[in-house]
Design a binder for this molecule. Structure first.
Ligand code: BES
Ligand code: ZN
Ligand code: ZN
Length: 491
């Protein structure tokens, strides 16, 4: 869907539906948009009859023969003082969902005028939510599927900076890339696919350079963990490093490192039925990194980035790495394999130390569908945040609150490290069920020497079994909006 700005009520073009926002007041719903008498005449009966009270989540549809829109859709935002940007995202996502279900193709939407919210932020939240709600992964539907219907055109009525729309479009483009990568078949999104995607970024953009370490080269350079995990895969493992120079005059570089396990069978410690089915999504971290890069490029973000993806397939055959094996990591630390299903931390460990040593970024943030334990701890409403760096943690928390991709910080007390003592090697890759997400983070910490670093465990948030608000079923694209907001620093 393309969203454009409609400068005035009289200039609006025909659309299938007009969205009008309301707040809930003691006596009746109150319209919070600059509507005219013709529009008012249409919705007044619904308000007078108390069919619509403006409660949060409430909607009401009526019909008109005189307006440029055949339908008027009232949306309730609830009590004015409680309205946040997320209230708006949810309300307009609901309206978009209704329009999609009705198989409509164009919508005009009034922005609410709310004294406690900034016009541009209001417009941005609403544009984001309407675009994010208008997504379908339809590749494999061969019969008519109404839920896959998409809107074509949107118009926003209100006063706001036009830049809002281009930024929103760019970020959503990144989110959609991430969702598509997570949703698609694991035999399509292979390590080869990721390498080609990375090369394409460089081909299309002068500010982008792609470097790939692959197969035997990984072993030669000493990335023993990434090579071990990927040994049995049909497609060889790879470390993909994409440099984006958005601000050549600055030395600041932010590295994002994503876990790109194209399928996680668990390896020889194979996952059981019930645990394995969704494991094509074990590249959600990589998807978020690619999505963030896509968004940054589309919005010509003036920041220097390193988009790093460690990718492999955790497969089973006679060449598989084995429980009890010891491998030497790129950092030199030897690692005992306690469990081949704790593979994410292994490939990330090599990626983190390789990037720190060879690229010296100013800060590193990794994203990974790393532990089942984070799903138990936080469910699907928060990303697990682990960082020894308070400033970095606070900046991520701030970006999380703003975008509603909320993060929740866990401790990294040094005592936890005791759980990673190995029999013969320097460190073991698993340490029991207690505090399992923290242990995984403590493992990663051993591979970052001095760079400010944060780890985001997105195992509970990268996919959703049920669609909600502006998130469709399965790939959510989580991380993209968070990281772009983090980079922009609350601008
Ligand atoms: N990819 C999984 C984590 C995961 C679990 C992601 C559920 C999404 C949903 C990871 O590689 C894994 O298998 N972790 C194990 C580690 C254990 C063997 C120490 C886990 O969390 O169970
Ligand atoms: Zn695993
Ligand atoms: Zn995994």
């Amino acid at each position: 869907m393309k969203i454009t700005s409609i400068p005035s009520i009289g200039k609006r073009t025909k659309a299938d539906v007009l969205i009008v926002p309301f707040v809930q007041k003691a006596k009746s719903a109150e319209c919070v948009a600059e509507v005219n008498a013709a529009i008012k005449a249409n919705f007044t009966p619904a308000i007078k009859n108390r069919d619509f009270t403006g409660k949060e989540g409430e909607t009401n549809i009526s019909y008109s023969s005189k307006l440029p829109e055949a339908r008027i859709l009232l949306v309730g935002l609830g009590s004015e003082k409680n309205i946040t940007l997320e209230t708006l995202r949810k309300a307009y996502a609901k309206a978009t969902g209704i329009a999609r279900k009705m198989q409509l193709s164009s919508v005009n939407a009034f922005l609410p005028e709310l004294s406690h919210l900034d016009c541009d932020e209001t417009a941005r939240a609403i544009a984001d939510s309407m675009l994010l709600s208008n997504y379908a992964f339809a590749q494999y539907k061969t019969r008519e599927a109404k839920e896959m219907h998409l809107l074509q055109k949107g118009g926003l009525l209100g006063t706001f900076n036009k830049k809002v729309l281009s930024e929103s479009e760019a970020v959503v483009k990144g989110v959609f890339l991430a969702r598509n990568l997570v949703n698609e078949n694991s035999h399509v999104i292979t390590t080869d696919y990721f390498c080609n995607l990375a090369r394409d970024f460089a081909k299309k953009n002068a500010a982008v350079k792609t470097t790939i370490l692959r197969g035997v080269e990984l072993e030669k350079k000493g990335l023993g963990l990434l090579s071990a995990v990927g040994r049995a895969g049909e497609y060889p493992p790879a470390l993909i490093i994409i440099e984006y120079q958005g601000n050549p005059s600055s030395k600041e570089v932010t590295a994002f490192v994503g876990k790109g396990m194209t399928y996680d069978t668990g390896g020889l410690n194979m996952k059981p039925t019930g645990g394995i089915e969704g494991m094509r999504s074990d590249m959600g971290g990589a998807a978020a990194v690619f999505g963030t890069l896509e968004a940054a490029i589309a919005m010509k973000l003036k920041k220097n980035l390193l988009a790093v993806v460690a990718t492999a397939e955790n497969s089973v055959d006679s060449t598989s790495y084995k429980p009890g094996d010891i491998y030497t990591s790129y950092s030199g630390l030897t690692v005992e394999i306690g469990n081949t299903d704790a593979e994410g931390r292994l490939i990330l460990a090599d990626a983190l130390s390789y990037v720190e040593k060879n690229y010296k970024p100013s800060r590193i943030i990794d994203l990974a569908t790393l532990t089942g334990a984070i799903v138990i701890a936080l469910g699907s409403h928060a990303i697990g945040l682990f960082s020894p760096d308070d400033q970095l943690a606070q900046d991520l928390e701030k970006a999380g609150a703003k975008t509603f991709e909320r993060v929740w910080r866990f401790p990294m007390f040094p005592e936890y490290k005791e759980g990673l003592k190995a029999q013969f090697a320097d460190i073991v890759n698993v340490g029991g069920r207690e505090g399992a997400s923290i242990l995984a983070a403590m493992f990663l910490k051993e591979f970052v020497k001095k760079t400010p670093w944060a780890h985001l465990d997105i195992a509970g948030t990268a996919v959703t079994k049920k669609p909600h608000d502006y998130c469709p079923t399965w790939g959510t694209g989580v991380g993209v909006r968070l990281l772009i907001e983090f980079l922009q620093g609350g601008k």
